[in-house]
Design a protein around this ligand. Structure first.
Ligand SMILES: [Zn+2]
Length: 391
């Protein structure tokens, strides 16, 4: 099996402000950790450069007026007064110089990943800079200017007519991707996230099932804010293989936001690094069984830049590329970065079982989550049984 890691230092320019939580440093840290751990060695794993998305690729999923506005504002380098119309110039998603060019590079990277997978050159590909799942058709939101995932899915549909299953386990609901394909029965979107009652963007409830012909092809599992690994993994194993069996995708597009980790400063979920290994394993098993192993993967959220993101995404890459990662973070990597890090860098790739205190109301949280899955089953049942779904 061949796998590709998409990388280009040009994506480090995707930076809103020096103090903004969406910090591209995490990408540099992750790529250097993957290299230091030897997970790009050998002939089966390669690093592939990104390329910018074309205008045609952008307007497949974005309004031409929105793309024109992002170009204008990016060229001005500041909000000239029209930002509010396009979700730009906010605290979350301020205008920054060159924003059109660098976001086009991120989008082109995820499309390049899809090209490599769909042509059969590689089985799986990972664009760490991608995962901008809050980008809407005519509006920026939540640190996302364009939506690389939607653009890659639309490219797959246009170039190959393939059925796409989109899986998103970022702590935030994948509202941009869901919205763009809400009426499309050939794209199944499935998002597992912290409930919108407690977290941005405030959507992603079980009754958001799609519309028109796409009704039944949008699945959401909102989690209790204090969800830990065991409950999350149990729900994942119940839902993902069953939904995939029913839908029969030709390819899986996977968003690997790691902001559900207990150390993440922006969310309330309580996952550890174990979640990322388990989730990727489950998704790869499903892909191997149903769609020739094909997975197009991206990064996503992740705001514990030094302590969590490099380790979580190194585990994601190891899982996608079928490699067993060791557990020692190489001394050379620690020496290279510790001086810059505001916190002590972990020396183990994986968190230890019991490293973080248990949630006192664990049983209650698990019960709430099970009830939510039951509710999704009940609400989606008439639709899912129409697909011959037996979960
Ligand atoms: Zn997120």
């Amino acid at each position: 099996m061949k796998t590709a890691l998409l990388w280009d230092p040009g994506v480090l320019e995707y930076r809103f402000r020096p103090d903004h939580p969406f910090n591209p440093k995490r990408l540099e840290l992750t790529v250097s950790l993957i290299e230091a751990m030897g997970l790009l060695d050998g002939t089966d794993h390669c690093m592939v450069p990104l390329r910018p998305a074309t205008h045609e690729e952008l307007v497949r999923v974005h309004a031409p007026e929105y793309v024109a506005a992002v170009r204008r504002l990016g060229a001005a380098g500041r909000d000239t007064g029209e930002g509010w119309r396009w979700g730009l110039g906010t605290d979350d998603t301020p205008v920054f110089p060159g924003m059109h060019d660098v976001t086009s590079l991120v989008v082109g990277g995820t499309i390049r990943a899809a090209e490599l997978v769909m042509s059969g050159e590689v089985t799986r590909a990972l664009n760490l800079a991608g995962g901008l799942h809050h980008g809407h058709r005519d509006r920026a939101s939540g640190f996302c200017v364009y939506d690389d995932l939607a653009a890659a899915i639309a490219w797959i549909r246009a170039a190959h007519g393939a059925r796409v299953m989109y899986i998103d386990y970022d702590a935030h609901h994948g509202d941009g991707v869901q919205g763009i394909f809400y009426g499309d029965p050939d794209v199944l979107t499935l998002s597992i996230h912290e409930s919108g009652r407690f977290l941005f963007p405030g959507t992603g409830f079980v009754d958001e099932l799609g519309e028109g012909e796409g009704y039944g092809y949008s699945l959401n599992l909102p989690l209790d804010p204090s969800t830990e690994d065991d409950s999350w993994i149990e729900l994942h194993r119940d839902l993902i293989p069953a939904a995939a069996e029913a839908f029969r995708p030709d390819v899986i597009v996977l968003q690997n936001g790691c902001d559900g980790h207990t150390l993440d400063p922006l969310t309330h979920l309580r996952a550890t690094t174990r979640l990322y290994e388990e989730t990727v394993r489950t998704v790869c098993e499903v892909a191997d069984r149903l769609c020739g192993g094909r997975v197009v993967a991206t990064g996503g959220g992740g705001y514990a830049v030094w302590q969590v993101v490099p380790r979580a995404w190194t585990l994601v890459w190891a899982g996608l590329s079928g490699q067993e990662a060791g557990n020692d973070v190489p001394r050379a990597w620690l020496d290279r970065w510790q001086g810059e890090s505001p916190v002590l860098l972990p020396e183990r790739l994986r968190d230890l079982p019991g490293e973080f205190p248990a949630v006192p109301r664990r049983a209650e949280v698990e019960a709430v989550n099970r009830r939510t899955l039951e509710s999704l089953r009940r609400q989606a049942l008439p639709l899912l049984s129409g697909w011959g779904m037996g979960f």
